[in-house]
Design a protein around this ligand. Structure first.
Ligand code: TYD
Length: 137
């Protein structure tokens, strides 16, 4: 686990390799620090379009490029960081109140997201100025 000033973590997922290929298991409350309430995956995003562009009030998410790659920008209102997710055996833990944007999806990208809560629109902060107000209040 590699913590940073920003509230995120890159977590290596164990890989079991043999002649048949690789198995990359993720266990709740073990590989990742929460119980999984929801999974979704993002596919087919054109390379010039973005997803995300929001923060969550309470949701925790774990994001893995299980195929292909994509760029991620994180912003907590004070610090920003950009990275590229390229590995099916490493995921990005995005904590609440971190503005996140995914971009530059490769054609074959499959971005798997595990979340600790069901979908709830009221948990989203979709306006950046609202986000800045939230983190300062
Ligand atoms: P949204 O979270 O806005 O996608 P992104 O942040 O990647 O742009 O979701 C887009 C639509 O999909 C929105 O109408 C809600 C729906 N949705 C669900 O119904 N369940 C989910 O788990 C997610 C993530 C989205």
């Amino acid at each position: 686990m590699k913590p940073d000033q920003l509230n995120y973590c890159l977590i290596d997922i164990p890989v079991y390799v043999d002649a048949r290929g690789q198995i990359v298991p993720i266990e709740e409350c073990s590989t990742i620090p929460f119980r999984i309430a929801r999974s979704y995956h993002i596919v087919g995003t054109p390379v010039d379009l973005r997803r995300g562009d929001h923060a969550h009030k309470t949701l925790r998410q774990f994001v893995i490029a299980v195929a292909g790659s994509c760029g991620v920008c994180l912003d907590d209102g004070e610090s920003k960081i950009s990275m590229t997710l390229t590995r099916p055996d490493q995921g990005l833990l995005i904590e609440p109140l971190v503005w996140h944007t995914m971009h530059s999806f490769s054609k074959e990208c499959v971005l798997l997201v595990l979340a600790d809560q069901p979908y709830d629109e009221s948990d989203y902060i979709r306006d950046y100025n609202d986000f800045l107000q939230w983190i300062r209040s």
